[in-house]
Design a protein around this ligand. Structure first.
Ligand code: ADP
Length: 482
């Protein structure tokens, strides 16, 4: 059983009170490194979700003003920051990532509340300077309505922070549904939120049956926006289910990030950046490099530089000191990574580094030692889909056009990275890439201060910065003639 001062109960939070599921059902939460049973959380269904949405409707009738909302956002930033050392072990125990990454995740999450507080004044009413057609014109940003927030298991806190900070700034009461595998971090967050005395129903948390809860969000007329981060298959289902009801969606559906190294790049810098980018969360992030594209002339040097670094990485329980890579989330994730590596090797790729991991016998302890494979081609699964594991798959290319064409050869368009010190080359390449995020000489993913989101099948909508808040606002124009 998990021990934490932030987890006195394991309930859900509806209309300002802690609840169990109406049917009394629970879901067991397990540590993916050890198999330890951490807690049982409510397994709520559509009836419970309906109640949460109702409480949002009540809260929506009396949304506190911008100053009150800014004060909450600032307080949440402060609460996350001062409780980082209590939140981080919860993330590691339910998700598996190394403790240092969990601490970084808490800081990253806090940043979204800070940035939303800083931008909230932009959504105040504004009146146009001119009288036009004898009328005064006022532009308002009103809350879009009740928001359904659905989050994945790889960043249990940060993915929700992106959504909740913006919903709250915009004045949208919300119902959050975390992934079944990692609900505890958010239960801990709600214990902190309780201290703010938010209006009952302004921020609800329900854990449970994803499909009926998602379907209710889609069908319920009060829910006007669903913000979802997760798989393409669920994103498409949400799109088709909201179509009859014409409601907003913000979707972040994963990527297939290219990481390109051109022949004039600083090889050592690019190798450092790749290793930092690729192995975060054991490679289970939608912004991590999935296709490493290296110009032929420096392929050997770059591969050697990366191999030296990968050889030093330690795999193990994320709570242990010095661990760089935790377990994969479960055996399904392990099987996918293994299938990608096997497929690549069968189709002619070469293994540069990496022990052969043995298949886990259980759904926990799914450790996968980091691998580098080269000679990867576009036909291999590892090029076509997100591997979501600690595997560096290297493909070589000849010239800029060839590299750009390879990078864009995916229906996804979330993150991309490339390395060249030549500014005009960099300009040309960054403009040619069809990705919402482009790192030039950096492997850094998104930050709270800048809007982040996908192009093409990676989804639409932006999170972070002012753009994140605007996703949750309706724009209303009032023309008044005296
Ligand atoms: P993954 O395959 O990475 O677990 P999912 O898309 O299944 O990604 O999960 C992301 C989030 O979507 C989780 O909170 C999950 O419970 C939720 N989810 C899964 N199925 C549905 C659904 N049919 N409707 C709404 N949410 C869903």
């Amino acid at each position: 059983m998990i021990q934490s001062p932030l987890l006195q109960t394991f309930g859900c939070y509806i209309a300002g009170t802690w609840r169990t599921a109406s049917q009394g059902r629970t879901i067991a939460v397990v540590n993916p490194a050890t198999g330890e049973h951490l807690a049982d959380v409510p397994n709520m269904d559509a009836t419970d979700a309906m109640e949460a949405v109702k409480s949002c409707e009540t809260a929506l009738a009396d949304v506190p003003d911008i100053d009150a909302r800014r004060a909450w956002l600032t307080q949440i930033d402060a609460l996350l920051t001062s409780h980082r050392s209590e939140l981080a072990p919860i993330i590691t125990q339910e998700q598996g990532k190394p403790l240092k990454e969990s601490l970084a995740e808490v800081d990253y999450a806090a940043g979204f509340f800070r940035v939303a507080a800083n931008h909230i004044d932009h959504i105040r009413d504004r009146t146009l300077d001119e009288i036009i057609r004898n009328a005064r014109w006022t532009v308002r940003h009103t809350p879009a309505g009740v928001a359904g927030l659905i989050t994945p298991w790889n960043f249990p806190l940060a993915m929700l922070a992106k959504k909740l900070s913006s919903a709250m700034a915009a004045g949208c009461p919300s119902v959050t549904k975390p992934a079944d595998l990692t609900p505890l971090t958010l239960i801990a967050l709600w214990h902190l939120l309780e201290r703010l005395n938010l209006p009952p129903g302004f921020a609800n948390l329900i854990t449970g049956d994803a499909a009926p809860i998602g379907d209710l969000f889609c069908a319920h007329p009060a829910v006007r926006i669903i913000s979802f981060t997760g798989s393409t298959v669920v994103g498409k289902r949400l799109m088709s289910n909201v179509a009859p009801h014409v409601k907003r969606l913000s979707l972040e559906l994963g990527g297939n990030a290219p990481f390109m190294v051109f022949d004039d790049a600083d090889v050592e810098k690019a190798a450092d950046a790749l290793v930092a980018n690729k192995f975060r969360c054991a490679g289970q992030t939608c912004v991590c490099a999935n296709r490493v594209l290296v110009q032929r002339g420096i392929e050997q040097r770059f591969t050697d530089a990366v191999a030296i670094r990968v050889g030093k990485l330690r795999v193990g329980n994320g709570m242990a000191d010095g661990v760089d890579i935790g377990p994969l989330i479960n055996r399904r994730a392990w099987d996918k990574v293994e299938q990608h590596v096997r497929d690549a090797l069968e189709k002619g790729a070469q293994k540069i580094i990496g022990e052969q991991p043995s298949r886990p016998s259980d759904d926990f302890g799914c450790f996968y030692s980091p691998q580098i494979i080269s000679g990867v081609t576009r036909e291999m699964l590892v090029s076509q889909e997100e591997t979501f594991g600690p595997v560096i798959a290297i493909t070589s290319f000849d010239d800029d056009d060839d590299g750009i064409a390879l990078a864009n050869e995916t229906p996804f368009g979330l993150a991309s990275y490339f390395f060249t010190p030549n500014p005009s080359r960099a300009q040309r390449i960054s403009r040619a890439l069809r990705f919402g995020h482009v790192g030039v000489n950096t492997g850094s993913g998104p930050i709270p201060e800048a809007p982040f989101g996908g192009m093409n099948q990676s989804g639409f909508g932006r999170e972070g910065a002012l753009e994140g808040i605007l996703e949750f606002c309706e724009v209303q124009v009032v023309a008044t003639e005296d």
